[in-house]
Design a protein around this ligand. Sequence first.
Ligand SMILES: [Zn+2]
Length: 704
Amino acid sequence: MWAASLVLLHAGSALGGDARDEVHHRLRIALEPEAGRITVVDRLSLPVAWGTRLRFQLASTLEVEAEGAALDSPLLARDGVKTYGLTLPRPGAAVVLRYAGPIRAGARHAEHGMPEAALGPEGSYLDGASAWLPRFGQALASFEMEVTGLPDGWEAVSQGRRGGVAGGVHWTEPAPQDDVYLVAGPFHRYADAAGRVDAEVYLREADEALARRYLDAVRRYLDLYETLLGPYPYAKFAVVENRWETGYGMPSFTLLGSRVLRLPFILDSSLPHELLHNWWGNGVLVDARDGNWSEGLTAYLADYLLQEARGRGAEYRRGALQRYESFAAEQRDAPLRAFRARHDDASQAIGYGKALMLFHALRRELGDAAFLDGLRAFAAGRMHRSATFGDLLADLGRASGRDLGPERAQWLERAGAPELRIAKVATSPVGDGRHRLDLTLAQTQAEAPFRIAVPVAITLRGRPQADLHTVRFEGGREATLAVEFDAEPLRIDVDPAFDTFRRLAPGEVPPSLGTAAGAARQVLVVPGGADAAAWQAFAAQWARRYGNVEVVRDRDLKALPSTGAVWVLGWDNRFADQAAQRLAADALDPPAGKAAPAGRSLRREADAVVLVAPDAEPMPLAFVGAEGEAVIAALARKLPHYGRYGRLAFDLRSGENTWKDERPGNGSALTRVLVAGDVARAGLPPEPVLAPPVGAASTPPIVP
Ligand SMILES: [Zn+2]
């Protein structure tokens, strides 16, 4: 379960701005890890258009001198950074900056504890956050760097292509970069130079077999993405082990924590995601003026695509809609143009989940060939430059000969999601054994209607496979479908494979932690007693995570509320017996400290128990039985990752999940049986796949 809470961010920054100038650095770097110092000679090639009076920023701990230009005293010092003025004898003159000093560690990351910068006997990590390299406004940087002074057995890693120099390592990256990285440490280096692009692995302990698995996986995914998207834009891709448990993707390398690196499914989940960021985010750079498009596109073409190849596309899309329902629906939503980076579940549900559903809808509308042509044109035309979401839609539109202006307005500028309802459905025989179906779908959300294409599956008598049709909303609240069949329609299922970005309909997904969290409000009823403080902390964390939470003490409540979702917390909660009435099918017995869901025997002394009531009337209800501060804290952290489940058990001592179960559905409001009796839905035609399965060494969990 730890995996689902893993932080997988990429470190590429999302800057706005127009076409950006470029500075070339020729760097000679001496690292002194024992002393925590760096000495740099930086030979700069500056744009002539900048004239003779420039400014740059550099870490305030570094002493700097200029050669070939006059250096003013620093103008400002803030956040550990000084701004210097530089006067050149003529525009574009050759300038050498020499600087040296210690590097400040800066703030530590709240989750994995990695500092902003590291330079010491254990290794080094330097990027723009420490201002170790002179930065000229928003200008991009290309570079050649020579790193010397490395202790025996150390390697240094940066972007681009590696070369050797006497007593050190050389890296060259001719393409303009947002940031320049320098990672060094006691690494065992493994390389496979078989293709046009080098694959490399840097491990802190020798492990040939692990390195081989990564080298092979890098090769497989390079082949996959070059086939889909065109040439990989760097000379190498390296997997670099980190002392902190990160999952960062940088240009031409990924920085994975020691533990992360050894999780078997990372090879077929984070690795392709971070590799793909070299096209999206670290290749085509993000101009985030109308939203950061790179996470949704990367999630769609990596995390999603790999599940689709394994026949789990619909399941993944359902998960994305469920997360939207849990974390972002009901006034917690935002338009895609507001997304910059993931900072909580809501921003993830939008910037990754909603965005990838948009890409899925575009692919269905444009067709796989035009969709890929558009992506290839976007990569080829904008590589190593900044591009907006609008630029991406423009390239997709051009490839398909369509104007995607309406899509842009609808998803980038607007919040909200369509809510669908079957408004009317009728069938009638029309002679010759033929039947006519008339279907009207309506959008019932308060906001204006969305222009969407909604697939509908029609189950016909005697046919094993459903007939798929599309209902198109062209701007109105209602859209209709009229079709004739040569067999009797028995049942219709609206968007049965979750292809449309929309709110989930009542009964469409079974009652679960996610549906409870997605109610307009959640009321957490906390008990008194020995664990009162632990439950208060649980509730506080829940409230921070979800934007729709009220917390009440059981003794302050006369009766359970009848609207919103209710969470009864603790075996000794005064409302535990009322929860038990709703959970009679699971034999919940709070006084006895027992439950028996699906015939399992769960006991208060050994298990933490989470049960969501099997029906949502009069209001969704969930019971959490646990005791002990540690396990209650663990549940607060873990439960949001189990959104699709309705029944769960955890080991009371370790906090590990021991059982999880999805309740059966109650019948979706988007399904209609047209004849008397029960009719099962006929099978859906197989989905097209953008790429065949790759790897399959392990099946990664679905974490949309
Ligand atoms: Zn990413």
